[in-house]
Design a protein around this ligand. Sequence first.
Ligand code: SF4
Ligand code: FES
Length: 237
Amino acid sequence: MSYYIDIDQCGPMYLDALIKIKNEIDPTLTFRRSCREGICGSCAMALDGRHHLACIFQYPRNLDPSFIYPLNMQTVVKDLVVDMTMFYSQYKSIEPYLKRKTLKAKDQKEYIQTIEDRAKIDGLYECVLCNSCSSSCPSYWWHPNEFQGPSILMQTFRWVIDSRDEFREERLEKVGNDMKIGECEQLGSCSANCPKQLNPRKAIKELKELYEEYKKTKELKTVTVLEEVEKIESAHH
Ligand code: SF4
Ligand code: FES
């Protein structure tokens, strides 16, 4: 569908243009939006060739046409609305919340972090789960049911390195088993398409390194346990 609007009578963002079209020309035009300030992540779409949040991205103020599409390679429900069901269930599967094994001490209200530990999750916690990165990732296009995609992997990393979380090993175990992290080819399309200027490519690289370290430690532990078992057995013979 093509629409013509008077940009002198319209706000500067792509979302302003879409709302103007919906209000004045075509009430059936369907898109998601909520916060209008880049926080809820619901207005992600392909805007003149790149993924962005329509509420915080300005359209060019010239007479050239603008092209607006739904997020790439996603099932379209209607117009600019894509089906996010799988994305949300993948997010749920990583248990994206603080998990502890030790109980709080009496009268303890908070889990304190050092300033340095807190700084480690900068650039990760700001993710608004818009799915712009994953839907621009070729590995995610090819097998979204197996490879979890940059957004989910970056959020996994965010919990793995949180000094307050006590399920680091279990989270890393999952990375190897279910998440197919090896499918990431480090192309960087995810980071180039993140409207919040985050860097999922780098987060996945660091998560891969942590996973490799974890795997080595686990192998060493297994070898040590086997050696102990052998010693005990030979002592009994
Ligand atoms: S990393 Fe960026 S593009 Fe990916 S879901 Fe988060 S905010 Fe959106
Ligand atoms: S409307 Fe919330 S991020 Fe755009």
